[in-house]
Design a protein around this ligand. Structure first.
Ligand SMILES: Nc1ncnc2c1ncn2[C@@H]1O[C@H](COP(=O)(O)OP(=O)(O)OP(=O)(O)O)[C@@H](O)[C@H]1O
Length: 227
């Protein structure tokens, strides 16, 4: 499990996170308005930003000074915002890029193709021609090929057709039920709280509220976000 303790971090001279501590649980949702610092917190978690102070602990090991590739080797996987993949490569080539060199590479790809039938259907289509939802599935599949213990997801339903949002939500719930740890940034409060054991509301880089997930938390979350 992941611990983020008293994280202070930002960009250049600007401090964005002012001593944020993440609740510890297997599935944690981070909520908050645009610009609250959610993505910044995830970048600190995976090691793309080094915190000015505070500690990142993964499975009991202090990984604060480890670069992202070493965190991935320890079982963390990160899916950034924006359904990123290589648009000129096919679905299959995108998967192969991650699978190449892995012992069970072929069977890991097969697992993901059976998890995501749309990817199997469009295996030879260039990723740039997939729908937003399919590109998101591809991004998640690429992350899963690394056989992570924990998946860090930045707004997986953002910019996706409402009809496909439910599919992505189902995938996240399924992964959580399979035992994967998940750190999820999400705008859909209902889904985030359904999936999460604990939540954190960020407001202007401060922890405004934390608590247990579940539908009954929605009112408190909305109050903390002052919606
Ligand atoms: N690469 C960067 N360089 C400088 N400032 C940045 C950078 N990325 C984000 N920021 C700033 O940091 C603050 C927090 O941004 P962040 O993306 O973490 O917020 P967020 O809660 O994830 O919002 P959103 O939902 O819009 O992604 C914002 O003021 C943003 O302008």
């Amino acid at each position: 499990m992941l611990e983020l303790n008293e994280i202070r971090a930002g960009y250049g001279p600007t401090l964005v996170l002012h001593g944020v501590t993440l609740p510890v649980a297997r599935v944690v949702a981070v909520l908050g308005h645009n610009g609250a610092g959610k993505s910044t917190l995830l970048r600190v978690a995976i090691g793309l930003i080094k915190p000015r102070s505070g500690q990142v602990v993964f499975d009991g090991e202090d990984v604060t000074s480890l670069p992202p590739n070493k965190r991935v080797a320890r079982g963390m996987a990160y899916v950034p915002q924006g359904q990123q993949s290589f648009p000129q490569l096919t679905t299959m080539e995108n998967l192969q890029l991650v699978a190449d060199g892995r012992k069970r590479g072929k069977s890991l790809i097969e697992q993901q193709l059976s998890r995501f039938p749309a990817l199997e259907k469009f295996a030879t289509r260039k990723a740039g021609l997939l729908s937003g939802g399919q590109r998101q599935q591809l991004a998640i599949a690429r992350a899963l090929i690394t056989e992570p213990k924990m998946l860090i997801l930045d707004e997986p339903t953002e910019g996706i057709q409402p009809t496909i949002v439910a599919e992505i939500e189902h995938t996240v719930m399924q992964l959580a039920s399979e035992g994967l740890s998940v750190l999820l940034v999400e705008q859909h409060i209902g889904f985030a709280l359904e999936a999460a054991e604990k939540y954190l509301v960020l407001a202007s880089g401060f922890a405004a509220s934390t608590g247990d997930g579940g539908a009954s938390a929605a009112e408190g979350v909305r109050e903390a976000m002052a919606i």
